[in-house]
Design a protein around this ligand. Structure first.
Ligand code: SF4
Length: 332
């Protein structure tokens, strides 16, 4: 048994999981992304065992709330996910790094000079005036453009970094990497915040293949963003029968469709309803809150007002339903 493999086994033991469980987690992640088990065993396990090959990561934060950072640092469950994230060498991350000032800046510049890192961007970039978001006296826009030049992969995490998110609706007219880095290959993980599984799976895919996973037309991994929330929602039969929840305080309406409370699930593509959140515990709709389409490019401005069916988007959903364009789901 090689030293690298022994190290991994020690780490697994420390986290209280067996090698079999770890490989099973990787296999499940790989299967979702379309990797074969052979690719998994020959590439992923080796990539993770080769401690010397820790891929460097630069994580930049612009106009954000650090919610994606919280999602990322909270990846303690399943333990296999945290082990994969431990394999990354996070060289620069303003929220979690111990270094500050000139020391952190020199680490950033050295890593950029070296190239070949994974660039993760959280938060949007102001489009009206650079001064809305400055880092170390420099415009955030300039830093993102600089860091993107020698990156081996670029991942935009969260609604803001992908398509602008909430800051797009404010005076900064924040834009995502889709507009800030035209022509660059960017992987968009667009929920608010980023889903840990989406990030871990995407990193795993990159580590094992050196490539980006198959993406949809707006740069999101198809494996995670191909199906609509509505298609997998357990309230779907109530939508099909026009039974909409009107009063959250009435227990008899508890399971009814949340369309009239502003749910945009029919126009939102993400696997939240299957994958769920916080280690599979729950997700918005099962908590009684309608989907606000945080995975969609026109979130947030295009979805308001959020908790009624008055928005243009909600009206459009109902018009399509009445025209038979959202057919009833077949009962199984
Ligand atoms: Fe579920 Fe929302 Fe669709 Fe209703 S509108 S079935 S709550 S996704």
């Amino acid at each position: 048994m090689g030293e690298a493999q022994k190290n991994l086994d020690r780490e697994l033991e420390f986290h209280g999981i067996s090698r079999r469980e770890f490989i099973k987690y990787c296999a499940a992640t790989a299967a979702v992304l379309g990797l074969s088990e052979l690719e998994l065993t020959t590439k992923i396990a080796h990539a993770l065992e080769a401690a010397a090959k820790k891929p460097p990561v630069i994580w930049l934060e612009g106009q954000d709330c650090a919610g994606c950072t919280i999602s990322f640092t909270g990846a303690l469950n399943p333990p296999a996910a945290s082990i994969i994230l431990d394999k990354l060498s996070i060289r620069y991350h303003e929220t979690i790094m111990a270094a500050a000032g000139h020391l952190s800046e020199s680490v950033y510049h050295d890593t950029v000079k070296q190239g070949g890192y994974v660039l993760i961007v959280e938060g949007s970039i102001p489009s009206t005036d650079d001064r809305f978001c400055m880092m170390g006296g420099r415009p955030f826009r300039e830093i993102v453009e600089e860091a993107a030049k020698k990156a081996a992969a670029i991942i935009a995490v969260g609604a803001c970094a992908t398509y602008g998110g909430i800051p797009a609706a404010g005076p900064t007219k924040g834009i995502g990497l889709d507009k800030a880095l035209p022509g660059k290959a960017v992987i968009n993980l667009s929920t608010c915040p980023v889903h840990t599984d989406h990030l871990v799976g995407t990193i795993l895919y990159f580590l094992s293949t050196g490539k980006v996973p198959p993406l949809d037309e707006i740069g999101r991994p198809k494996a995670y963003f191909e199906q609509s929330i509505h298609d997998n929602c357990r309230r779907r039969s109530y939508f099909d029968e026009d039974t909409f929840l009107k009063d959250w305080n009435d227990p008899t309406q508890r399971d009814w469709c949340l369309y009239e409370k502003g749910c945009k699930g029919p126009d939102t593509y993400s696997d939240c309803a299957i994958r769920r959140w916080n280690d599979g515990i729950n997700f918005c709709i099962d908590c009684g809150a309608g989907c606000q389409a945080c995975a969609s490019p026109d979130f947030y401005a295009g979805m308001t007002p959020l908790y009624t069916a008055e928005s243009e988007r909600s009206q459009n959903i109902m018009a399509r339903k009445k025209a038979g364009l959202i057919p009833k789901k077949e009962k199984v």
